[in-house]
Design a protein around this ligand. Structure first.
Ligand code: TMP
Length: 204
């Protein structure tokens, strides 16, 4: 069954698109589950708190990467693989590309090592489609203005700019897996583009 990940900088609007797409698939009578990283499992919820809280000791970049990867390993093992085997569509709000963008580019960790850790954590499970919601860091920051920033969101604009650039580079290198959508479009336009593309790529 199809496995689709949704990626983007914080505030890009990926979660709303994922939700709209889920409602559509359910309306077609398809078995679909939505999930997320970090925090898709019980263990992951605890790890998410450690990763994103603004009080307490912050993990150093290498520890941060390893915690995201631990969350991912549990997520793949306990949620994603079993559900795919049962015939569910999986829509995941973030997956392995987040570590390449945030920890690889944002934290400047060795990308080859992030690639290896991703492969170890996922045991090689790659999404059929990765939807990248792209917008400028300034727009994303304005969109986040109404809510309180978590630890990652509190990073400077330059950090988010490096994350955005890396996502675009990843998408350029893997055009077959990635679909880049302009997050400035309306939710309806984004949904329609995604639906059309999923049909074009014969995923639906
Ligand atoms: P969310 O707010 O979209 O749920 O994502 C949580 C934060 O965690 C977001 O700032 C991106 C960050 N993140 C990483 O830095 N590395 C990762 O591997 C993942 C999955 C998320």
């Amino acid at each position: 069954m199809p496995f689709i990940s949704f990626e983007g900088i914080d505030g890009s609007g990926k979660s709303s698109l994922l939700e709209n797409f889920k409602i559509h698939l359910k309306g077609l009578g398809l078995p679909v589950e939505t999930t997320k990283e970090p925090g898709g499992t019980q263990l992951g919820k605890d790890l998410r708190n450690i990763l994103l809280r603004t009080n307490g000791e912050a993990p150093c970049p290498r520890a941060e990467l390893l915690i995201y990867e631990a969350d991912r390993a549990q997520h793949v093992e306990v949620i994603i693989k079993p559900l795919l085997q049962k015939g569910f569509w999986i829509l995941s709000d973030r997956y392995a590309d987040s570590s390449l963008a945030f920890q690889g580019a944002g934290r400047k960790l060795d990308k080859e090592k992030v690639v290896w850790l991703n492969s170890f954590a996922t045991s090689g499970l790659v999404p059929d489609l990765t939807v990248l919601l792209d917008c400028t860091v300034e727009v994303a920051e304005t969109r986040r203005a109404s809510r309180e920033d978590d630890r990652m969101e509190s990073e400077k604009l330059e950090f988010h700019q490096m994350v955005r650039d890396e996502y675009l580079t990843l998408a350029k290198h893997e055009p077959k897996r990635f679909l880049v959508l302009d997050a400035m479009k309306t939710p309806k336009q984004l949904f329609e583009e995604l639906l059309q593309e999923v049909k074009n790529r014969k995923i639906l």
